[in-house]
Design a protein around this ligand. Structure first.
Ligand SMILES: [Zn+2]
Length: 99
């Protein structure tokens, strides 16, 4: 009698494996679907503030360094030429750092 009860348990294990595979397949479908939804949501949310941000980035990128300015090799700040204290091996140091 005991062997009769064992055989249906094996089929239960097989069913469990099948359900796991189905779950994994469903998870893959869900994950891919979520990624698509996130991408569209991000694109839609980025479009509205994107114009303002691009303008700010452009203005910042244009500013960085003028011909009469230099970047201090110690504090990495951009200073006017008048603030240049010393220049050693091409490394410029501002007055604040040289003091
Ligand atoms: Zn400096």
């Amino acid at each position: 009698m005991a062997t009769d009860y064992d055989s249906p348990r094996k089929t239960d294990d097989d069913l469990g494996e099948d359900s796991l595979q189905e779950l994994q397949a469903r998870r893959a479908d869900k994950s891919s679907g979520t990624i698509d939804i996130d991408e569209t949501d991000l694109a839609e949310s980025l479009e509205l503030p994107g114009a303002d941000l691009s303008n700010e980035e452009l203005s910042v990128r244009v500013l960085p360094r003028q011909a009469d300015e230099f970047t201090c090799s110690r504090c990495f700040l951009v200073h006017h030429r008048s603030q240049l204290a010393t220049e050693r091996n091409g490394q410029m140091i501002c007055r604040e750092c040289a003091a």
